[in-house]
Design a protein around this ligand. Structure first.
Ligand SMILES: C[S@@+](CC[C@H](N)C(=O)[O-])C[C@H]1O[C@@H](n2cnc3c(N)ncnc32)[C@H](O)[C@@H]1O
Length: 797
């Protein structure tokens, strides 16, 4: 079976239309509601023995292949990994501290905590159809009376793509765990009823000496807690092994066990600190390193390592001034530590970026293109601030703190959490039904939620800034506060996973897609969640525009903005019709009051429909120049009254016309050697290119098509007061114009328009001629000698 053809994506929606998807999601919602209404108690009895066997079989059947070894072959159905899940399903989480809850057994779960013990290795939950797995990790546990149940754990850090040995380390056999206010899930979808845990903070691993373990008798016999089964050094060795295998979650668990056995082992604490750094759990890394620094006496080597880890942690948290000071202290302890000297220099660069908004855009683009991530840069907030905007959902927005010029850099933001195509090692399908905005989500979106939760757990300060984002009317947007826990995941942060899912759904950004589109895994796509950029409200004709390079986002003003004026972005593609925009926007709000939508409404439905019909014809495969000329006139006529110059549908028709004219011009010149007619066609192509640019909002000052002298002092042919939303489309149009001028042997014009292209690219990217050459290499190569000559002349002038 050819799976690629079966995958429902935005490009291939034959299998599952949007309507079908919504119907599917509605059915799933009904099923979830029905499930919730079933009586939860009493829980059915399950034989521990049969559950343990079932767990082993599951793990062996296909779990082993997926968990322990390389990725599945993807060729046979049995091996093929399909994950499915729901986002926005009403989930529980506990906010009652463990010591204020009463213990229960599985027979009598209700508003209490459950004390239980892991009695089988973790496995991947499967639906009735074996090849479909849900995204949870499953454990078989027994309570003190020997009753067994399956725990389905969602959102637990490090489990989404962990393999067997690491999961075994995260959930060691015989661990005793307390689950705050667990709830049973009936056997409607899964093979067994089970206990579902949505919030990782509801699970508390109990360690020796915990009060809750006093006087506990296990009817199946006492077994030592896992931590007691190895010496500190043995745990350290296991931790090192996981570290070498890059299984950092497993490694931190082993190092934590080693430290429970012997808290004074500084080497283990330094190793755990390093492991936290790898996981970007910077605050925990700093805590371990600071513990080491608090010891006296301390060897120079340990002091230097601990200081260096503190510096790296502060750097990772974006505290560059602190990090620089710490790197300097490292050099005092060990003047030969070159990494510290390099650290200082990196801090200086980051501080400069942060203060001045000056970036090495060339390197950023190159890294983003190569790695799909933003590399090492700092955040920047320019002349904009968060402000109260009561008339918008969530009540906030972004406004200018002073007058802003066209092209000014407003924001550079690293993601709070991101997922790019390159983040996924496994193949297979992923289906997620989002109950919040009734859409099918892809794996990227789900992974962003997982990583968001993880980041919240790893840093309470980050958790607070995330919880301030808008999650819909049911969640107040007042600042919240979470405490820092001493041991990760062991004290209540009270993570409400449904709220986090709602926040992610309303605020996530995607590359190459409208904010709400589904992206195919085959596209080079990045999905990411940002904090500051999430406060921008929407307009279909905004004064700001965003770009994602890897997972780094930058935002520029596309026109001048007055002090105090709101700065907006668009949440969807820039060229969609009123009807498409309205449909997409309902995910966020019911009615768009921007100027473009007002014009479209005033323009009337019949004009809009006619416009779409013309556009469809113009997009037809066999369309000729003659028909396109007519379509361009007709589509212009669908606009009435005071409709502004921004008309992407018109631009689209002129774009097609310009490229067809250019093709025909070439055929005429080369084939029929008809120079004069060729020249006319190129002139018309240039004029169509001008119309296409103007309908995207650009203002052309110099519309000459003949007799432009070769003169460096000529001003640009375009106005510098507006950056078009779709820069790449405009750049391509300018290259068409340059090509047509070349055919007309108007070399003055080619240079003038090349300068315009370089200006626009630089205004958008900030990367100058060097980045221009990198970004447009594929086109410049096609231009051959012309590009070489023009760029050499421009560089010299
Ligand atoms: C990404 S948030 C933007 C920031 C949000 N206003 C806040 O206070 O956090 C998206 C939400 O803002 C609101 N919003 C954004 N643009 C809007 C617009 N043009 N009209 C109405 N509501 C808008 C909607 O409620 C939407 O779900």
């Amino acid at each position: 079976m050819n799976r690629a053809s079966k995958r429902p994506t935005i490009e291939n929606q034959d299998d599952v239309s949007v309507k079908d998807e919504i119907a599917m999601i509605e059915r799933a919602k009904r099923k979830a509601k029905e499930e919730k209404s079933l009586p939860a108690f009493p829980l059915e009895y399950s034989s521990p023995f049969s559950l343990i066997i079932a767990a082993h079989i599951q793990r062996k059947n296909w779990g082993d292949r997926l968990l322990l070894s390389e990725k599945p072959s993807g060729e046979s159905d049995e091996n093929y990994l399909i994950r499915n899940t729901f986002v926005g399903q009403e989930a529980t989480f506990s906010s009652t501290p463990l010591d204020q809850l009463a213990p229960i057994s599985l027979q009598e779960m209700k508003g209490k905590y459950l004390l239980c013990r892991i009695i089988a290795p973790p496995f991947l939950s499967a639906d009735r159809v074996l090849v479909v797995r849900i995204v949870a990790i499953s454990l078989v546990v027994e309570d003190t009376r020997g009753w067994a149940q399956i725990l389905s754990i969602y959102n637990y850090p490090g489990t989404y793509s962990a393999r067997g040995p690491e999961l075994d380390a995260i959930f060691p056999l015989d661990s005793v765990i307390a689950i705050r206010e667990p709830y049973p899930k009936m056997a409607l979808a899964a093979a067994h009823s089970h206990i579902r845990i949505d919030s990782p903070t509801d699970i508390i691993f109990l360690e020796p000496g915990n009060q809750l373990l006093a006087n506990v008798r296990w009817s199946t016999g006492t077994r030592p807690l896992p931590v007691l089964t190895k010496t500190a050094n043995e745990w350290k060795a296991m931790g090192d092994q996981h570290f070498r295998s890059k299984e950092y979650y497993g490694a931190t668990k082993c190092y934590s066990f080693a430290l429970l056995r012997n808290p004074s082992l500084l080497a283990v604490r330094l190793n755990r600190s390093l492991t936290y750094l790898r996981l970007k759990w910077n605050s925990y890394a700093i805590e371990d390193a600071e513990f080491v620094l608090s010891k006296n006496p301390l060897s120079t080597v340990d002091r230097s390592k601990a200081l260096y880890r503190c510096a790296q942690g502060a750097y990772g948290n974006g505290e560059y001034l602190t990090a620089r000071k710490l790197y300097e202290e490292c050099l005092v302890v060990d003047p030969a530590l070159q990494e510290a000297a390099a650290g200082i220099s990196k801090c200086n660069t980051r501080i400069q970026e942060q203060e001045s908004g000056t970036y090495d855009w060339y390197t950023i683009f190159e890294t983003g293109k190569r790695d799909g991530t933003c590399g090492d840069v700092s955040d920047f907030v320019g002349p904009v601030e968060r402000a109260s905007m009561k008339h918008r959902g969530g009540g906030r927005g972004i406004r200018a703190t002073r007058k802003i010029d066209t092209g000014e850099l407003l924001v550079v933001s690293k993601p709070f959490a991101s997922a790019s195509l390159r983040s996924f090692s496994s193949e297979g399908h992923f289906f997620s039904m989002n109950f919040i905005n009734n859409s099918m989500g892809d794996e990227h979106r789900y992974v962003v939620i997982q990583r968001t939760i993880e980041r919240m757990l790893s840093n309470p300060h980050d958790a607070n800034s995330l919880l301030e984002l808008y999650g819909g009317p049911q969640y107040p947007t007042t600042a919240s506060s979470t405490k820092k826990s001493k041991i990760p995941l062991s004290t209540p942060l009270d993570l409400d996973s449904t709220r986090v899912q709602a926040i992610c759904t309303l605020n996530v950004f995607g590359k190459h897609s409208s904010r709400g589109d589904i992206l195919s895994k085959t596209q080079d796509s990045t999905t990411a969640l940002y904090t500051f950029p999430s406060y921008f409200n929407h307009s279909c004709m905004p004064n700001g525009a965003r770009e994602m390079i890897g997972d780094l986002m930058y935002i520029r003003a596309v026109r001048s903005v007055e002090a105090g004026e709101e700065v907006t972005l668009t949440y969807h593609g820039h060229e969609s019709s009123y009807e498409d925009r309205s449909k997409v926007l309902t995910q966020w709000f019911p009615h768009c009051d921007c100027i473009l939508c007002e014009h479209d409404r005033a323009n009337g439905e019949s004009n809009r429909k006619e416009r779409e019909a013309i556009l469809q014809k113009a997009n037809g495969a066999k369309i000729g120049v003659k028909e396109l000329r007519l379509h361009s006139k007709h589509i212009e006529a669908t606009y009435t009254g005071s409709y502004g110059p921004y008309r992407p549908a018109v631009s689209r028709v002129y774009q097609i016309l310009a490229s067809k004219l250019q093709d025909e011009g070439l055929r005429t010149r080369i084939g029929k050697k008809n120079m004069q007619r060729g020249r006319l066609l190129f002139t018309e192509a240039i004029q169509a290119g001008f119309c296409a640019l103007e309908s995207l909002g650009m203002r052309i000052i110099d519309k000459r098509v003949d007799g432009i002298p070769v003169d460096h002092n000529l001003d640009l042919p375009i106005s510098r007061d507006f950056l078009p939303y779709n820069v790449d489309t405009c750049m391509n149009l300018m290259f068409v114009i340059i090509g047509a001028f070349e055919q007309k042997e108007e070399f003055g014009a080619t240079e003038m328009w090349m300068r315009a292209a370089i200006w626009l690219d630089n205004a958008w990217t900030g990367g100058g001629l060097k980045l221009f050459k990198l970004r447009w290499k594929h086109i410049l190569d096609l231009m051959e000698a012309l590009a070489v000559i023009l760029l050499a002349r421009i560089e010299k002038s």
